[in-house]
Design a protein around this ligand. Structure first.
Ligand code: NAP
Length: 286
C-alpha cells in the first residue's frame, strides 16, 4: 500500500481564496478585519513565523501589523499594550507570539487578551470551551488538522485516535476536539511506557512531539491515517516531521508530508479566526 499524500498546501490555498468573499462582505459594511501581532525579543524563528502571518493576512485583505517589543520589556508594559489593543475597535484579533522570554508571565499574558479577540485560542475561556463545546476560537494547529480530516472525508466518529504529544497548544486541544467528534482518544507523551503499544492501535495517528523520526513503520497499523504535526530542523538545514515519512507512507492509507501538510493549515486557521472575529463583532453590532 502507498498512502495518499494529504496536501495541506492545496487546501490552505483553496480556503484562503474563499476568504476573499467573506472579507468582501465585511467591506460592504465598512469593516476590515484587523490582527495585531506582538513579538517580544529576537528569536529568529519567531520573527519568521510572524512575518509569514503578516504576509498571509495581507494576501486575503486582513489589516495586520507586527509590533516588536525588546526582550527587556516588563510584564506591566506588555500587559498594558494588550489592554490598549483589547479596546481598539479596529483590531479583531490579538496574538502574542510564543515562546516568550522567561521573565514574562505567560499565563497572565494569555488571560489578558480578550477572549473575544483571542484568535490563537489560548485564553482560558477558549481552552475551557473545548471541554464544554462553547469555545469561540479553536487553537489554530489542531483546528487545521480537523479541517484536513474533514476535507479528506476521513471519518472520526468511533475511530481509535492516538495523539503523540500532550502540549497545551497542540496535543491536549487536539484530543478534546476529536473527542467532541466522538473519536476514542488516547494521548501519549514523553513518559508513556511502550509508545508503540498505543500507536499500533490507531486508526488515526496524530504526532506532535518534536522528535524527528519518532514514528517508524512498525508502530503504525496497516491502513492508518497519519497526521504529522512535527516541524524539526535537521543539522543539514532540512525541515522534517516526527514521522519516518518514506517508511510509513508504504503502510498508511493517508499521510501528511512535512513541509506542506499541517503547517500551511495553521496560518490559514489564524486567518479564519480573525475573519470570524470581525463577523461576530459586526453581527453583535447590528
Ligand atoms: P512541546 O510543547 O515541546 O510538546 C511536545 C510533547 O511531545 C510533550 O507532551 C512531550 O511529552 C511529548 N514528547 C516529547 N518527546 C516524546 C517522545 N519521545 N515520545 C512521546 N511523546 C513525546 O511541543 P509542541 O509545541 O506541542 O510542538 C510539537 C511539534 O509540533 C514540534 O515539532 C513543533 O515544532 C510542531 N508544531 C507544528 C505546528 C504546525 O503548524 N505544523 C504548530 C505547532 C507546533 P511531555 O509532556 O511528557 O514532555
Amino acid at each position: 500500500m502507498t498512502a495518499k499524500i494529504i496536501d495541506g498546501l492545496a487546501l490552505a490555498k483553496a480556503m484562503r481564496t474563499g476568504f476573499a468573499d467573506r472579507v468582501g462582505a465585511l467591506a460592504r459594511h465598512g469593516v476590515t478585519p484587523g490582527l495585531a501581532v506582538l513579538l517580544v525579543g529576537e528569536d529568529p524563528a519567531s520573527a519568521v513565523y510572524v512575518g509569514r502571518k503578516i504576509k498571509a493576512c495581507s494576501a486575503v485583505g486582513i489589516r495586520s501589523f507586527a509590533e516588536h517589543l525588546p526582550v527587556s520589556v516588563g510584564n506591566a508594559e506588555l500587559l498594558g499594550r494588550i489592554v490598549e489593543l483589547n479596546a481598539d475597535p479596529d483590531m479583531h484579533g490579538i496574538l502574542v507570539q510564543l515562546p516568550l522570554p522567561p521573565h514574562i508571565d505567560m499565563p497572565r499574558v494569555l488571560e489578558t487578551i480578550s477572549a473575544e479577540k483571542d484568535v490563537d485560542g489560548f485564553h482560558l475561556y477558549n481552552v475551557g470551551g473545548l471541554v464544554t463545546g462553547s469555545t469561540v476560537f479553536s487553537p489554530c494547529t489542531p483546528y487545521g488538522v480537523v479541517k484536513l480530516l474533514e476535507h479528506e472525508g476521513i471519518p472520526v466518529e468511533g475511530q481509535n485516535v492516538v495523539i503523540v504529544g500532550a502540549s497545551n497548544i497542540v496535543g491536549k486541544p487536539m484530543a478534546l476536539m476529536l473527542m467532541a467528534r466522538d473519536a476514542t482518544v488516547s494521548i501519549c507523551h514523553a513518559k508513556t511506557r511502550d509508545l508503540a503499544q498505543y500507536t499500533i492501535l490507531a486508526d488515526i495517528l496524530v504526532v506532535a512531539a518534536g522528535v524527528p523520526g519518532l514514528i517508524v513503520p512498525q508502530m503504525v497499523k496497516q491502513g492508518a491515517v497519519v497526521i504529522d504535526v512535527g516541524i524539526n530542523r535537521l543539522p543539514d538545514g532540512r525541515i522534517t516531521g516526527d514521522v519516518d515519512f518514506e517508511g510509513v507512507r508504504r503502510k498508511a492509507a493517508a499521510i501528511t508530508p512535512v513541509p506542506g501538510g499541517v503547517g500551511p493549515m495553521t496560518v490559514t486557521m489564524l486567518l479564519e479566526n480573525t475573519i470570524k472575529s470581525a463577523e461576530r463583532r459586526l453581527a453583535l453590532a447590528s
